[in-house]
Design a protein around this ligand. Structure first.
Ligand code: AHR
Length: 491
C-alpha cells in the first residue's frame, strides 16, 4: 500500500515543550524498593540508589519525574518520609495493599532526580490530606530558611531549598478506587483553596489540577468543566490519564490507541477553550498528560501477589513488540498535539508498567517499549511540524477509519534536521511513502521490525531491538509491515 506525506520545515505546529519527555515513579510495587532504591545492591551509591539504572535512565534526558503517586499519594503523609531513616514509621499503604517502610521520601527523591538531570514534579495529597499539609510540604521544600518547616529541612541535611517548580493537586480524585475520592464539586473546592494557599506561599510554582481519570469515567466532561470553572485562574494545567489495553488479543483495535488518545486530547482542549471563553479569561490552561502507557498483561494474567508484603511486586508488565508499536503511535499523537499538551509522563519508569526493569541483587534491563520512548526523547525535541497525510485506513471494533500510518515530524532545535516518527500499523502489508514539500537527504533510518508481535525482552537477553536501515532516497522509503521507524532528514 501507499501513503502520502506533505510537510515543510517552515510549517510549524508548535515548539515542543521539553516536559513532553517526562516520566513517573510511584511508591507502588517495586518501583522504589528494589527498583530505584536497593541498599546492598552491588551498584548502590552511599544513599542506597542503584547506579546501574543510570545507564538506561540518563540517555532519556527526562525533563520531569512525577512522584510520589499515583493512587499512593491520596493516603500519604509526607512527614513520614523525612528525618532519620531509623525513626520513620512503617505503614500499610491502602492504595496498593503493601507495606510502606518510608525509607525514601521527598528529600531522597529530589536529590536522586536532580542527579539524573531531571526536575521533580511533586504531588500533594488531596485524599486524606488537607490544604494546610500541602502548603506545609511546599514550605518545607521551597522556603530557603527562617521558618519552622524550612529549618526542619535544613536540619535534615538539605541546606538549600529544593525549588520544586511543578506540583500536582492530588491524583485521579474522581476514581472510586481513590483513597478519599471526591465529587467534582468537592474536588473543585479543595483544589481551589489549596492552589490559593500554595501560590501565596510560593507564587513562582505551577499547578496541575486533576482532570478525569480517563475518558470512560461517567463524569468525564462535567468533571473538567466543574473543576476548571472553580480553578481556572489558580492552575496552569489540567491532567489527563490513559492506559491502553489489548485484553482480547484484538491487535487492530489496540493499535488505534494513538487515534483514541488524539480524540481524548482534542475533547479536553475543547473544554478548556470553552471555559476560557465562558470566564472571559486572558490566561490559558494547558494539558498535562501525566500518565500514559500500555497496561494489560498483568491484569490479563492475574498474578496478584499476597497483600501486605514488601516489596509487593505488582503490575510488572512483560511488554511485547506490539506494545512497542502502540507506544510509538502514542508518541506521534503527543507530538502532534504539542500545541496543547505541554507535559506528558510515561507511567511509569522502573518495574511498574515500566520500560526499565531490575532484578533484585541482579542486573537492570530494558523492555521493547524503552526504544521508541528513547528515540522520541532523543530526536523529538524542537518544533513539531504540521503534516498532511493520506493513508489507507481500516475499521476495527474500537474505531472506524483508522489510518494504517501514524506519523509525526520534528524540526531539530538547530534547524538542520527533520525527524519523522512513523508506525506502519498494518501487520501484513508494507507501505511505500510518497513525500512532497520537503527536500534534503536521509541521514539516518532507525527501525524496529521483523519480529513476531508477541516477542519480548527478558533479563536474560533482548531480542526486540532497533536496527539501522540502509539509507535511500526519501521517495523510495518503504516501511515494513508492523514497524516503528525514525527517519532523520538533513535539510
Ligand atoms: O500508574 C499506576 C496507577 O494508575 C496510578 O497510581 C494511578 O494514578 C493510575 O490509576
Amino acid at each position: 500500500m501507499k501513503a502520502r506525506i506533505n510537510l515543510s520545515a517552515d510549517r510549524t505546529l508548535s515548539p515542543i515543550d521539553d516536559r513532553l519527555y517526562s516520566s513517573f515513579v510511584e511508591h507502588m510495587g517495586r518501583a522504589i524498593y528494589t527498583g530505584i532504591y536497593e541498599p546492598g545492591h552491588p551498584s548502590a551509591d552511599e544513599n542506597g540508589f542503584r547506579q546501574d539504572l543510570i545507564k538506561w535512565i540518563k540517555p532519556l534526558n527526562l525533563s520531569y519525574i512525577r512522584y510520589p503517586g499515583g493512587n499512593f499519594l491520596s493516603g500519604y503523609n509526607w512527614k513520614d518520609g523525612i528525618g532519620n531513616k531509623a525513626d520513620r514509621p512503617v505503614r500499610r499503604d491502602l492504595a496498593w495493599f503493601a507495606i510502606e517502610p518510608n525509607q525514601v521520601g521527598v528529600n531522597e527523591f529530589v536529590s536522586w532526580c536532580r542527579k539524573l538531570g531531571a526536575e521533580p514534579m511533586l504531588g500533594v495529597n488531596l485524599g486524606t490530606g488537607t490544604p494546610a499539609e500541602a502548603t506545609e510540604l511546599l514550605e518545607y521544600c521551597n522556603v530557603a530558611g527562617g521558618t519552622a518547616l524550612s529549618d526542619l529541612r535544613r536540619s535534615h541535611g538539605w541546606e538549600k531549598p529544593h525549588n520544586v517548580r511543578l506540583w500536582c493537586l492530588g491524583n485521579e480524585m474522581d476514581g472510586p478506587w481513590q483513597i478519599c475520592g471526591k465529587t467534582a464539586q468537592e474536588y473543585a473546592r479543595i483544589a481551589h483553596e489549596t492552589a490559593k494557599m500554595m501560590k501565596w506561599m510560593d507564587p513562582s510554582i505551577e499547578l496541575v489540577a486533576c482532570g478525569s481519570s480517563n475518558r470512560e469515567m461517567p463524569t468525564f466532561g462535567e468533571w473538567e468543566r466543574t473543576v476548571l470553572r472553580s480553578c481556572w485562574e489558580d492552575v496552569d494545567y489540567l491532567s489527563l490519564h490513559s492506559y491502553y489495553k489489548d485484553l482480547d488479543f484484538d491487535s487492530p483495535s489496540f493499535l488505534s490507541c494513538g487515534e483514541q488518545m488524539d480524540g481524548f486530547i482534542k475533547e479536553v482542549a475543547g473544554i478548556c477553550a470553552q471555559i476560557k471563553q465562558e470566564l472571559k479569561s486572558e490566561k490559558d490552561v494547558y494539558l498535562s498528560f501525566d500518565e500514559w502507557n500500555v497496561w494489560y498483561h498483568f491484569q490479563r494474567d492475574k498474578k496478584e501477589p499476597e497483600k501486605w508484603t514488601f516489596p509487593r511486586a505488582i503490575e510488572e508488565e512483560e511488554y511485547n513488540f506490539l506494545d512497542a508499536l502502540a507506544v510509538g503511535s502514542i508518541i506521534t499523537t503527543l507530538i502532534n498535539n504539542s500545541d496543547t499538551v505541554k507535559i506528558s509522563c510515561l507511567a511509569q519508569l522502573v518495574n511498574v508498567l515500566a520500560p526499565i526493569m531490575t532484578v533484585p541483587g541482579g542486573p537492570a534491563w530494558v523492555q521493547t517499549t524503552y526504544w521508541p520512548f528513547l528515540h522520541a526523547c532523543t530526536y523529538g525535541r524542537g518544533k513539531a511540524l504540521k503534516l498532511d497525510t493520506e493513508s489507507p485506513v481500516y475499521n476495527c471494533k474500537a474505531m472506524d477509519t483508522v489510518p494504517y500510518l501514524s506519523s509525526a515530524a520534528v524540526l531539530s532545535e538547530d534547524g538542520r534536521y527533520v525527524t519523522l516518527f512513523l508506525v506502519n500499523k498494518s501487520l501484513d502489508e508494507e507501505m511505500r511513502l510518497i513525500f512532497s514539500g520537503i527536500g534534503g537527504k536521509m541521514a539516518e533510518w532507525i527501525s524496529m521490525e521483523g519480529y513476531s508481535i508477541y516477542d519480548i525482552n527478558t533479563a536474560e537477553g533482548s531480542t526486540v531491538l532497533p536496527t539501522k536501515k540502509p539509507l535511500c532516497d526519501l521517495n523510495e522509503t518503504v516501511l515494513s509491515a508492523a514497524s516503528w521507524n525514525v527517519i532523520r532528514v538533513e535539510l
